[in-house]
Design a protein around this ligand. Structure first.
Ligand code: HDL
Ligand code: ZN
Length: 440
């Protein structure tokens, strides 16, 4: 930064228009850490989804497609991949306007990648030809640059045999832009099946999760995978009615959390990420699109946060109805850091509603967004509207400071935007590392 730039950076912003310009520039240019996605580095081969057909296979669009088509579920699912993409394109983009968040997001991503709908129009094959000219590794670089994403945290499942192969080959961390998160839904929500898998992976667990030797083996499994992946955190999604029943040896979820997961988090210095409020497969015929949201009983979170004050908790909940309550709860427990506008809340109106009261209640002590992307190019549209909405809110909030005579510099705005787009997440990771205990 030149002396002149440094001077600008540190001098006071004197007008609302000047403030708006600085906030828009900084929120647009900040390079974000995307702390929860379903994207994969190229080493995971077919797990890395990219290109126009994959964008059209996205399960958000599948659900919307079935609201219009006359096809039966079987007829759709029996189509080949290209035909399914063509059916979605015709139904949601040609036969009617693509105005839903998921549909319009496809056009935003295409446009930002230079495939302007004004030029390519409604001809799916024209877009396909343009993507066919790209390689996966070039597309990863181009999309990360277009979306200004500096780091991506994957969702890594040690119960997925294909993923396991990549990790055991040593290439899981071959791309430094992609970090890992250890995802343990199967362990905590389907213990009998998980126990069977664990035995198959050489961990001598019994069917009774509360047996001390079994909990030791579960800890060994978690530690082996957290270390192998160099996982940034351990994550599970939970139904809204999940209970934390401290001391109840018959409650498998609680036994595994208290007896294995949390001790490993504390020993390795990793946050525990809880995504609460999903009701899986209410319509299995929709496959990945068949999950539903449900209101959450946050007493589970309160119980864990209160009992383990040195455990960093990264939290997101799925029901709109729980959002204000979660923001208030995270004011009560400094080890709760809420993150993102998850899934059905990843829309302009919900992001605006949630982010406004989160800023009002939490200042910069929360993580406003993650993308949850499943297809690479979605990074572009999901981050573009999230940045713009946060900018709108910050312009109003900092404008009040300016009106009351508070001196604001570019450095102040830069520091706070940096916190929102990665700094707060990194601080949670640092706190977790600092809180490591020499657990048995
Ligand atoms: O459980 C999760 O991590 C969810 O994000 C699901 O993967 C969901 O299917 C999704 O992609 N939401 O955006
Ligand atoms: Zn997710």
């Amino acid at each position: 930064m030149s002396a002149n730039q440094a001077q600008l950076h540190n001098q006071g912003i004197s007008s609302q228009s000047g403030l708006e310009a600085v906030i828009r520039r900084m929120t647009t240019e900040a390079r974000v850490i995307d702390m929860h996605t379903h994207l994969y580095a190229e080493a995971f081969s077919e797990h890395l989804l990219w290109g126009i057909d994959e964008l059209l296979h996205y399960h958000y669009l599948t659900a919307e497609f079935f609201r219009h088509t006359d096809l039966t579920y079987d007829e759709y699912w029996s189509l080949d991949s290209a035909s399914r993409a063509e059916a979605v394109w015709q139904t949601l983009f040609v036969d009617r306007s693509p105005i839903s968040e998921a549909a319009s997001g496809v056009l935003t991503a295409l446009n930002r990648l230079g495939l302007s709908p004004a030029q390519y129009g409604r001809d799916l094959n024209a877009y396909r030809a343009a993507f066919a000219a790209k390689s996966a590794s070039q597309q990863v670089s181009d999309v990360l640059e277009a979306a200004k994403v500096q780091r991506i945290v994957m969702t890594n499942d040690p119960f997925d045999s294909k993923e396991r192969t990549v990790w055991q080959s040593g290439s899981g961390k071959s791309d430094p832009r992609f970090d890992a998160a250890l995802r343990i839904d199967k362990l905590l929500l389907d213990w009998p099946a998980a126990a069977h898998d664990l035995r198959g992976q050489g961990y001598a667990v019994e069917d009774d999760a509360s047996a001390p030797a079994t909990l030791q083996e579960v800890k060994r499994f978690l530690q082996d995978w957290a270390v192998r992946m160099d996982a940034l955190y351990i994550m599970v999604s939970l139904p809204g009615d999940a209970r934390y029943a401290a001391g109840d040896a018959s409650h498998t979820l609680t036994v595994l959390l208290d007896g294995a997961v949390i001790p490993v988090c504390l020993k390795l210095g990793l946050p525990l990420a809880l995504m609460i409020g999903v009701r899986r497969q209410v319509n299995p015929l929709l496959k990945l699109a068949g999950d539903m949201s449900m209101r959450s009983d946050l007493s589970l979170l309160e119980g864990i946060a209160k009992r383990y004050t040195n455990l960093e908790l990264l939290i997101t909940v799925l029901a709109r109805e729980n959002q204000h309550e979660l923001a208030v709860l995270s004011r009560k427990f400094r080890n709760i850091t809420l993150f993102g506008c998850w899934w059905f809340l990843h829309t302009e109106s919900m992001i605006r509603e949630l982010t406004e009261f989160r800023v009002e209640l939490l200042g910069t002590s929360f993580i406003p967004q993650h993308s949850d992307c499943r297809v690479l190019e979605q990074l572009i549209n999901k981050w573009e509207y999230s940045r713009g909405i946060l900018a709108d809110i910050l312009i109003h909030k900092y404008g009040r400071l300016l009106k009351d005579g508070w001196e604001l510099t570019e450095a102040d705005i830069s520091r706070d935007v940096e916190a929102y787009f990665g700094g707060t997440f990194l601080r949670v990771l640092e706190n977790a590392k600092r809180n490591r205990i020499a657990a048995p």
